[in-house]
Write a protein that binds this ligand. Structure first.
Ligand SMILES: Cc1ncc(CN)c(N)n1
Length: 221
């Protein structure tokens, strides 16, 4: 199904995108590496070293969303989240975590193939300046992470590497952020021409496959 609205039971545009990205979506949310994070058992080294490179392109993509959003009110949530990543919260976590793992945040180790592909997709969306496509890629990254992090139950792992990574992707603020991204897709998607809907779906699916492969890479022995 490549057109939204063909199925009468389809609830929202974002839900249609998610359902059209199965089985990869469920594979990300239920991935064994995510389960290992929740249990405090995941070896975070390769994952965080690679994710620090992911976050660079992700931050640039947030900047593109600020520029491409159609109104001041729509730009504000991107600006707010951009601030969180760029300042103490996420950047601070990466610096502390990489230091604890004996890694240098300033080093730029070779990207794994999936990291390079993910960065290429985000850079493509950024330079394309097509707002719904930009939102689709951001939405996959955040919504799928909310999906696995929501599986965590108290007590969270004691070690900060796992506990804080879960907390960064869960909680009322992160839920509201994901709700905003989904809301943008739900607001704009249904009125898009068929070829643009197909472009948005293609970006959403590609990002979902890359999320799955990213966890596969992290879990590799
Ligand atoms: C690969 C990946 N995807 C998503 C996220 C959540 N921002 C992340 N940090 N890394």
């Amino acid at each position: 199904m490549t057109r939204y609205g063909e199925s009468p039971e389809t609830a929202t545009f974002s839900e249609w995108l998610r359902a059209s990205s199965e089985p990869d979506w469920s594979a990300v949310v239920g991935h064994p590496f995510a389960t290992a994070i929740i249990r405090g058992e995941a070896d975070m080294r390769r994952y965080l070293v690679q994710d620090f490179q992911f976050v660079d392109s992700f931050t640039a993509l947030l900047g593109a969303a600020v520029a491409a959003a159609g109104s001041f009110e729509a730009r504000v949530p991107y600006g707010r989240f951009l601030g969180q990543i760029a300042t103490d919260e996420e950047r601070g976590y990466f610096h502390r975590a990489l230091a604890a793992l004996g890694e240098d945040p300033a080093a730029a180790p070779a990207p794994e193939p999936v990291t390079a592909e993910f960065r290429a997709l985000m850079d493509e969306a950024r330079s394309g300046q097509d707002y719904p496509v930009i939102v689709a890629v951001l939405c996959v990254a955040e919504w799928s992470y909310l999906g696995w992090a929501s599986r965590a139950r108290e007590p969270l792992p004691e070690g900060f590497l796992h506990r804080e990574w879960i907390q960064l992707h869960e909680g009322p603020e992160f839920r509201a952020w994901v709700g905003f991204l989904r809301g943008e897709l739900d607001r704009l998607g249904p009125g898009l021409p068929a070829d643009e809907q197909a472009r948005v779906l293609d970006a959403f699916r590609r990002a979902t496959v890359l999320e799955r492969r990213f966890f596969d890479m992290a879990a590799r022995i």
